[in-house]
Write a protein that binds this ligand. Sequence first.
Ligand SMILES: Cc1cc2nc3c(=O)[nH]c(=O)nc-3n(C[C@H](O)[C@H](O)[C@H](O)COP(=O)(O)OP(=O)(O)OC[C@H]3O[C@@H](n4cnc5c(N)ncnc54)[C@H](O)[C@@H]3O)c2cc1C
Length: 325
Amino acid sequence: MVRPLKNLAEVAVIGGGLAGLSAARQAARLGKLVTLFEGSGLYGGLVATVGEVSGLPFGGEPSGQEIAIAALEECQKVGVRVIEAGVAQIGLGEQLSLTDDLGEFHQPDAVIVASGASLRRLGVPGEEEFLGRGVSRCATCDGGFYRGREVVVIGGGDSAVHEALVLARTSGQVTVVSRSPLSAQREYIDKLDARENVRFVWGSEVTAIVGENGVSGVRLRNRNDGSESELACSGVFPFIGLEPNTRFLPPTLLDADGLVRTNADFASADPRVFTVGAARANYGGHLIQAMAEGVGAAMAAARLFKPGPNEHEQGIRHAKKIVAH
Ligand SMILES: Cc1cc2nc3c(=O)[nH]c(=O)nc-3n(C[C@H](O)[C@H](O)[C@H](O)COP(=O)(O)OP(=O)(O)OC[C@H]3O[C@@H](n4cnc5c(N)ncnc54)[C@H](O)[C@@H]3O)c2cc1C
């Protein structure tokens, strides 16, 4: 690893979702040398495929892609170095170490984990077999294939209800199958309630996705009386919660759910490793919060390495040099 300036702290940001992009930009603005790692090649994380992002504190509902591209451009303006590789492992020795998927070894002074979460799998027969042929995890991308047809959305949280709303615009009938009452925010539930082509199946779970060349239905089990039934549909959209993307972290930083425990400054059990957004325990689930946490963690990370009188200036010069390249 090349260290261009002695004592100038380097910050590695893991994840190019909105938490990571916000953290990277802020850390670079504070004069740190920032490297951002993104494993999927798609910036914006969970909202990358969301057509209309709601809950932002300004008018309009931009797409996740629009927000991510704007945030990435802002990172590039302040000299954030972007590596399109996932992070495979973090070591917490005397010097932090980071190994990426390309096998490259890095030694940052601080790490901001913003690796977010992935949609949880149902784990039922047919789910993997029909993925991309009737099973989808993106209503905005695939809703058009089910124009006028019957679809099933599985889950009752924010993402399930949000995606059911998207599907209700074009599908003939949307059936939301949920094991328990909806836990999504009121605004989404009210909008969904107002749609005439949406109905609910409560207290049931999907035990299989069935079909031959494509999906023809889902098998349901009623959790109260154990009875089984089949519901015809041509599209299935499972949104049953999230799993944190934290397998590359030492278990000492994680809670029983695999989420990183943090303090008010977003520092983990190792004070050099910060975590923001959906990978963090007690994250509230709103994009705007993920972005704010990114800024907060970058500020806390920068405080770990107070620059000497000339280093701040040197950092800016270095960032300018990177931009010029
Ligand atoms: C369907 C859906 C719709 C939603 N709609 C809204 C909405 O309208 N409004 C709202 O406020 N919230 C919405 N949310 C919630 C919002 O998406 C999340 O709160 C937010 O995306 C969390 O941001 P994050 O950056 O922490 O994580 P993520 O968005 O999960 O981003 C994490 C990034 O890290 C990358 N990554 C993972 N592991 C690694 C690794 N090892 N190395 C390198 N990179 C890695 C991933 O590829 C990803 O790009 C929605 C969520 C879903 C699922």
